[in-house]
Ligand binder design. Structure first.
Ligand code: ARG
Length: 587
């Protein structure tokens, strides 16, 4: 009941019906409707159809026009050019449709759920145990979270998986060092902060590495430790668990700073598939998908060759018996398909791992684990660049810590908020500064398509002008301030009123929120939603310049404009929430 048919869908239905009445042999032909500058919509589908059916396009178009009744919805349809249709809606239809969205008290603005939701497993936000989080982990977390929100909003059943790097040879070194220096991870107080946890790990990692490189006997003991770990020795496992727990304290603190909910139960790292690794290898070898080559278990591909022209295999098991990244990922696919019953598996991972995923997916297809009914897709993201256009590094040439970057963004944003703040307390400035700063970082990441590199430029990100989250947040806050001033709660719509051009443009765009969300969700493309929201805010700005709200001519017009303001605000709020960005009520 709450779901609302969008205006473009209604027009589409009318045109499609008129089209198939005019040309029955064409069946259910698509009139190809889109927004247009000349009228509200333009239909371009008639030309191609006429050509295909050997009809005269202008004649066909004229016939379609006579089959479309004008009335409540459509004010005017006319043929233009060689056979396009220009469609203008009535003002009342726009207002009424928005009013129906506004009346949806679920907060979904009338956006329908998908008719046949499936199960999507999404692999994102996967930092590595005992290591710092850097900007690459930012991208995976931010993009992944937005895709989760978008998919869940459409009604998809989403299973989140944080495939953290918690397994492998370096743990032998770390555990052995901790065994020999047992108090290194002890906390001074009961409560450890995330930063403290990381600095403990970092110190321990450096010390262990130093010893490993300098002391042959320690090296031997460390190597033995890896074997113990993979064999499941309880004492070794307990020590390994300490590293994982300590790291999680840190991860959670960073995710909290990112204003992102990550649930412990969804953290299933590489170690989570340990029990499946041997079987994965056995199945691959028995089916002939993988073969032994110089002792290692390998999968070969015709089209994947190294620079020397020799085939590059996917190594599933090393010649010393150790399992690597590929074995874990292949086992995870089996789990995701057969236990979690995924219809789609998405990996939000750096584009530099594309070859790995290409080989892993192909192997899983050959093994029959990924059938035609399961989609496996790497949502590959590009590199974060510094202002110089090179991969983002500190002045000292080190990778930038994610927390430092967030802190700096929050500082800058707080300065912007403070400068504009009129009646905000220090505590409010701090809170808004965080919401604006974190929002700026997320928005910059989400507003370009994921596969592209982008420049990390804080000056641009917290700018009030241009395609930034701050601009959107200010648009939202300005609307709230108008609504407060008017003392309006739930202003009523007045469909009988004529609309100004700027009101129509804003209204039509607000109505297309549902279509945008559906498109962004199916294409895993949050940047499409970001672009939509930016345009919504821009159209609002134009509306606000052209159409006085509180000083409009009649009480009905005031109320209708307040209603338009509120619909815009709610759409901004909902859309930004889908991107993981807050919209403070006051700025
Ligand atoms: N931990 C890895 C990294 O930091 C990303 C894991 C990606 N997911 C996967 N299933 N391989 O690069």
């Amino acid at each position: 009941m709450a779901s609302v048919t969008s205006l473009s869908d209604s027009v589409h239905q009318r045109l499609a019906a008129a089209l198939s009445a005019a040309l029955p042999q064409a069946g259910s032909a698509d009139p190809l409707l889109r927004r247009s500058d000349r009228a509200d919509f333009q239909a371009n589908g008639i030309l191609a159809l006429a050509k295909k059916e050997k009809a005269n396009p202008r004649e066909l178009a004229t016939q379609v026009v006579s089959g479309v009744e004008s009335g409540e919805l459509i004010k005017d349809v006319e043929v233009s050019g060689p056979g396009f249709l220009n469609i203008t809606l009535t003002d009342g239809a726009i207002t009424r449709n928005l009013a129906a969205r506004y009346a949806d008290d679920t907060g979904r603005l009338g956006v329908p759920h998908a008719e046949q939701p499936g199960t999507t497993v999404i692999d994102y936000a996967q930092p590595n145990v005992a290591k710092e989080m850097h900007v690459g982990h930012l991208r995976s977390a931010v993009i992944g979270d937005a895709v989760v929100q978008l998919l869940e909003f459409t009604g998809e059943n989403v299973v989140r998986r944080h495939h953290i790097g918690d397994w492998g040879t370096q743990f032998g070194m770390l555990i052995q060092y901790l065994e020999e220096h047992p108090h290194e991870l002890d906390h001074k107080a009961d409560e450890t902060s995330g930063e403290e946890a990381m600095s403990n790990l970092d110190r321990l990692y450096k010390a262990a590495r130093g010893l490993f490189d300098a002391d042959e006997e320690f090296k031997t003991r460390a190597r033995r430790r890896v074997v113990d770990l993979q064999a499941g020795d309880p004492r070794t496992l307990a020590m390994w668990q300490k590293f994982v727990d300590e790291s999680k304290i840190y991860f959670f603190s960073v995710f909290e700073k990112l204003d992102m909910e990550i649930r412990d139960a969804d953290i299933v790292g590489e170690s989570g598939y340990n029990d499946m690794l041997a079987e994965t290898c056995r199945l691959l070898e028995e089916s002939g998908v993988a073969v032994r080559s110089e002792g290692a278990l390998c999968v070969f591909f015709d089209d994947i060759k190294g620079p020397d022209g020799n085939p590059v295999p996917l190594i599933v098991q090393k010649s010393d018996g150790g399992y690597g990244y590929a074995a874990t990922d292949l086992s995870a696919i089996r789990d995701r398909v057969f236990n979690l019953k995924a219809n789609s598996i998405i990996y939000v991972v750096d584009a530099r791992q594309s070859l790995h995923f290409k080989m892993v997916f192909e192997t899983a297809r050959r093994a029959g684990w990924l059938g035609d009914d399961v989609k496996a897709y790497q949502l590959a993201f590009g590199t974060v660049l510094g202002k110089d256009g090179k991969p983002f590094k500190t002045r000292e040439g080190e990778t930038v810590r994610l927390v430092d970057l967030l802190d700096e963004a929050i500082d800058r944003a707080s300065a912007v908020v403070r400068e504009k703040a009129q009646d905000l307390s220090e505590a409010e400035i701090a809170e808004r500064g965080t919401q604006v700063g974190v929002g700026a970082v997320k928005y910059a990441d989400l507003s370009t398509s994921a596969n592209r590199d982008y420049k990390f430029d804080l000056d641009q990100m917290v700018s009030l002008n241009g395609d930034t989250s701050v601009y959107l947040q200010y648009a939202y806050a300005r609307i709230q301030s108008i609504l407060r001033k008017a003392g309006a709660s739930r202003p009523a719509a007045h469909p009988e009123l004529e609309l100004h051009e700027a009101e129509r443009a804003l209204g039509l765009h607000a109505d297309s929120f549902a279509a945008t969300v559906a498109e962004a969700a199916t294409e895993y493309a949050p940047h499409k939603l970001a672009a939509y929201l930016y345009q919504l805010a821009s159209l609002y700005t134009t509306f606000y310049d052209k159409c006085p709200v509180l000083k409009a001519e009649t009480p009905e017009q005031i109320e209708n404009r307040l209603f338009l303001c509120d619909v815009t605000a709610r759409t901004l709020h909902r859309g930004m929430a889908l991107l993981g960005i807050r919209t403070p009520e006051r700025l």
